[in-house]
Write a protein that binds this ligand. Structure first.
Ligand code: PLP
Length: 368
């Protein structure tokens, strides 16, 4: 199988990831819950991952909170910043992991910047929305549907200028683009552990620029005599036993990304996406390409999207079709009615993957 669905989760993980998970299963008990060897091994494993994440994302290890996935982190962040009925500015390319928690809080949502690959439109619209009055802003770094890289550092500066607290959704950028908590000055940055960071599913990270409001309460292994949750990071947001084997795998994934280099991984993915997009356009398809594009390309096939993805799957190509949990992004691009087929590259992006995909596309076009 040629796996081109890295936007959903990375699949070909480095061998060190499963090795670290196995090692944790065999050697680690509960971190922070005992002074014996296996508990200490767990604590060390968890701390090492926090340290690695802190290095990669320019923050202290205490600011790294482990979550189940990116959605979990976004929910903590949104619950911390958005009071029911608050005015929230979002980009035109948000995932349901952002819009559904906002909907549940009955937030007054202003969508700003709907033109794909157009930084001027994104920034002008975003600034106008902040100027009009906002209690918070939430925006994605990279669109999961179209690979559009938003100007998040400039958007962050605008939030600072207008005194608006904000959350960055780094689901599609962590491990692929520089994500710098200090430089962003974000209140929160949420990310999965299982995509670009190459960890297993069931892992995620919330970088905390401020203290979050805990979503759940419970044991933390610290201040056990008191009933209030600890008031310090990361304990205040990590009630219950941590996913130690998952965190061990995530730690190995982050180490791989650090060794390989974010820039190199990005270039590899971006080069193939660019090649793929150009070729799809040449085949006469409506493919979405532009400046500021990461390793993801969407296109509208001449037949139903799901059927196209199914046919490609039979040809050994794994891609995702439909709305990709991001109806807002499709509305912005004018593909809400049809959906798209999405090709998303991973850390192992290579020309032969693009070549095989295009061969199967030619077959599909000949059939339809
Ligand atoms: N935000 C974006 C932009 C995404 O692409 C995704 C997942 O695809 C999420 C949030 C949610 O991530 P997770 O599935 O880890 O909760």
């Amino acid at each position: 199988m040629i796996y081109l669905d890295n936007g959903a989760t990375s699949f070909h993980k480095p061998e060190t990831v499963s090795g670290a998970m196995r090692c944790a299963l065999e050697n680690c008990a509960n971190p922070g819950r005992g002074g014996y060897t296996a508990a200490m091994a767990a604590a060390k494993t968890v701390l090492r991952c926090r340290e690695r994440a802190g290095e990669l994302f320019c923050c202290s290890p205490e600011q790294v909170v482990f979550t189940h996935n990116c959605t979990h982190g976004l929910n903590i962040a949104i619950a911390s910043l958005v009071k029911p009925g608050a005015r929230v500015v979002i980009s035109g390319f948000e995932h349901n992991a952002v819009t559904r928690p906002l909907y549940a809080r009955e937030a007054k949502v202003k969508v700003a910047g709907r033109k794909l690959f157009d930084w001027q439109d994104t920034l002008e619209d975003f600034e106008n929305a902040l100027k009009a009055g906002a209690d918070a802003a939430v925006f994605t770094h990279v669109s999961n549907v179209f690979g559009y890289i938003l100007p998040v550092y400039e958007m962050a500066a605008l939030c600072k200028r207008y005194g608006v607290p904000f959350v960055v959704d780094a689901a599609q950028s962590a491990g692929i683009l520089p994500v710098d908590l200090q430089k962003l000055g974000a209140d929160f940055v949420a990310m999965p552990g299982h995509k670009g960071l190459l960890g297993p599913q069931g892992t995620g990270i919330l970088l905390c620029g401020r203290e979050p409001v805990p979503l759940i309460q419970g044991g933390t292994g610290s201040l056990s005599a008191q009933q209030a949750m600890p008031d310090f990071l990361p304990d205040m947001a990590e009630a219950g036993t941590l996913n130690v084997p998952g965190i061990a795998g995530l730690s190995a994934g982050i180490a791989y990304v650090q060794q390989e280099g974010v820039d190199r991984i990005f270039r590899r993915e971006q080069q193939q996406a660019e090649k793929c997009g150009k070729a799809l356009l040449k085949l006469g398809l409506r493919a979405f390409t532009g400046d500021h594009q990461a390793g993801t390309v969407s296109f509208v096939p001449p037949i139903d999207c799901e059927d196209a993805a199914h046919i490609l799957g039979e040809g050994g190509i794994a891609v995702r079709a439909g709305l990709h949990c991001a109806p807002l992004a499709h509305e912005s691009a004018g593909t809400l009615d049809t959906g798209t087929v999405r090709v998303s590259y991973g850390h192992d992006a290579a020309a032969w993957q693009t070549g095989s995909f295009l061969l199967q596309m030619e077959k599909l076009l000949a059939r339809s």
